[in-house]
Design a protein. Sequence first.
Length: 299
Amino acid sequence: MAIDMHTGNNRRRIAVAGATGRVGAALLRGLAEDPVDVVALTRGHQTSLRTTTTDVAVVNFDDPSTLAKALRGADRFFLAHGTSDRQVSNEIALIDAAVAAGVTHIVKLSAMGPPTELHPFDWHMRIEAHLATCDIGYTVLRPGSFMTVLARAAAPVASGSWGGAAGDGRVNLVDVQDVADVARASLLETRFADSQRAYHLTGPAAVSMPEVADELSRLLGRAVAYQHRTVSEHRDALAASGVDGMVADLLLGLDRLFRESALAETTSTVFDLTGKGPVSVADWLRVNLTAFSGSSERG
Ligand SMILES: NC(=O)c1ccc[n+]([C@@H]2O[C@H](COP(=O)([O-])OP(=O)(O)OC[C@H]3O[C@@H](n4cnc5c(N)ncnc54)[C@H](OP(=O)(O)O)[C@@H]3O)[C@@H](O)[C@H]2O)c1
């Protein structure tokens, strides 16, 4: 990739919001290899993030001056935010602070999905609409569901109670490392600096949950089944396992999208932007197999 790491005589400065999150942490590890300066935004005093090339800026969304201070001097900005009912207002505040600070390109972590009232898809539509009013370059990354969604299945698989309302629908899951690698390329590449684009990010192929169960059976050497549940049966099962409120609604909404194969698209974007093929579900399961075996609980 053609990397642009300097602005005038200075090293490029990249601000990263959501730096302690799944994608943000993977992005920081990647940027640590690059000759750029990074400032990691966090609400907590996570000084462990600080390295010779990574600065830490503590932000308080109730005090906009902390956002302005955190973004001062930044050329490019990666924007991720944990799922929360403050997501729209916080991300819009960060976008406005970045534009005011003179950031020339924002890479926003969004989500692939149909127009829907389901959170956080509706939130991302509102944030993207705000970004579209900004006269700067931006790259919107719309990943399908992260493979980490399967981590929720680990304990139920180990105890033989895995199930859901996804039916035989197919979904193309993507690894957070691949999302972070695309984000890194979008932040560093010169060719799209001024452009305003969106990418759908996926893994190499769509899978159904029964196929995931078949793959786990092969890897674990014992039969793993995905129990088909109705929506109300699955809502009850989630409540019984302590999941409620917004998270239960989100998981039921995701199962609906999976059931309808609404997130089954396969794109070549990860390869196109990073030069390496995306991680497959089988690879991800192999790396994370211990969690599904239950052996860590027994031993
Ligand atoms: N999970 C999926 O399958 C999936 C798929 C596609 C897209 N996405 C999108 O990816 C984004 C999440 O990315 P991620 O998984 O890397 O993030 P994450 O790990 O959930 O969280 C990222 C960071 O956001 C910061 N944050 C700031 N204000 C917050 C608040 N009010 N509540 C929660 N966190 C807050 C937190 O950092 P500090 O505590 O350090 O401030 C947190 O570490 C979401 O926008 C989601 O819609 C997710």
